[in-house]
Ligand binder design. Structure first.
Ligand code: G3P
Ligand code: CA
Length: 232
């Protein structure tokens, strides 16, 4: 089964930090997934939540803080004291960790709560600098973001993220030039998943931390799973 290390190797290291990505980069897993937000001074940073409260010793929304301000906080010790001093990473810093590996890189644009005007063009520019388009998958729960990103950069694979079932999923997906959908594994409507796969849509599921479930996914024809463990 192909596995994307979810938020880096987040089962054992503080999610979305350099150490979580460095450890994922050492694994022979298929890829890595992480989340991107925009700072007050228009810098792309890698963090899951809109606010820094849960995963740092600071407080506030990413959109209200500059990169310099964010870099003053500790993003490691909330997870375990020994990780004190981990800093928030920019998108460029994370891509740099994977520059010499073969991992697929799934950048999730977290624009579903705050819109972050212009985030798509900034992500496209950063990917362009990385010069390894074929390894990148851009996804978002905000499907307007995906449509905008595809207009800007049609040569990067995209995936539509879903948090729950919608009616007429296959018709909906055809409105986008997307090769894949990313859905929760408990989405569980076997016939829908099979219909999507038959129609040539790649289906990946999150978040699978159990080997048996990963095997069931494989039997269903799921292309890859997101796992906090990286290897199952
Ligand atoms: O991209 C798959 C998964 O990461 C989406 O959910 O909340 O973990 O970002 P979340
Ligand atoms: Ca994510």
């Amino acid at each position: 089964m192909k596995i994307l290390a979810h938020r880096g190797l987040s089962a054992s290291f503080p999610e979305n930090t350099a150490i979580a990505f460095q450890q994922a980069a050492k694994l022979s897993c298929w890829g890595v997934e992480f989340d991107v937000h925009l700072t007050k001074d228009q810098q792309l940073v890698v963090i899951h939540d809109e606010s820094i409260d849960r995963t740092s010793n600071g407080t506030g929304f990413v959109k209200d803080l500059t990169l310099a301000e964010l870099k003053t906080y500790d993003f490691g010790s909330w997870f375990e004291a020994k990780f004190a001093g981990e800093k928030i990473c920019t998108l460029e810093e994370v891509l740099d960790i994977f520059k010499d590996t073969k991992h697929q890189i799934n950048i999730e644009i977290k624009s579903d709560v705050f819109e972050y005007p212009g985030i798509e063009i900034l992500v496209a520019k950063t990917i362009e600098k990385f010069q390894q388009n074929k390894r990148i998958i851009v996804s978002s729960f905000n499907h307007d973001t995906i449509a905008r990103f595809q207009q800007i950069q049609p040569n990067v694979n995209c995936a539509l993220l879903f948090a729950s079932l919608i009616t007429k999923l296959d018709e909906y997906v055809r409105n986008f030039d997307c090769q894949a959908i990313h859905i929760p594994y408990y989405y569980g409507i076997r016939s829908i998943i099979q219909r999507m796969i038959q129609q040539g849509i790649i289906v990946r599921t999150y978040t699978v931390n159990n080997k048996k479930i990963a095997q069931q996914m494989e039997q269903l024809g799921i292309d890859a799973v997101f796992s906090d463990k990286g290897i199952l």
